[in-house]
Design a protein. Structure first.
Length: 72
């Protein structure tokens, strides 16, 4: 489903706002450590600010969690 999201889709949470694709770098808490992650792609609602990752970004974040769990 998330790969079907596109700009200006209706937010599935608040059903009022429009989604806008954003790509940015951010710090993400993974296993209690703040990790710098580049090129995070998400669709953010302009009303409720809820965000949704596409499948590729979700997979990247899952892989980072697994990597950091294995290195503890």
């Amino acid at each position: 489903m998330l790969n079907l999201l596109k700009n200006n889709d209706l937010c599935p949470i608040c059903e009022l706002g429009k989604l806008k694709e954003q790509v940015k770098d951010d710090m993400v808490n993974i296993c209690g450590k703040m990790i710098d992650v580049n090129d995070i792609r998400a669709f953010i609602c302009n009303i409720c600010n809820d965000g949704f990752f596409d499948d590729e970004t979700s997979k990247r974040l899952d892989e980072l969690v697994i990597l950091h769990r294995n290195n503890q």
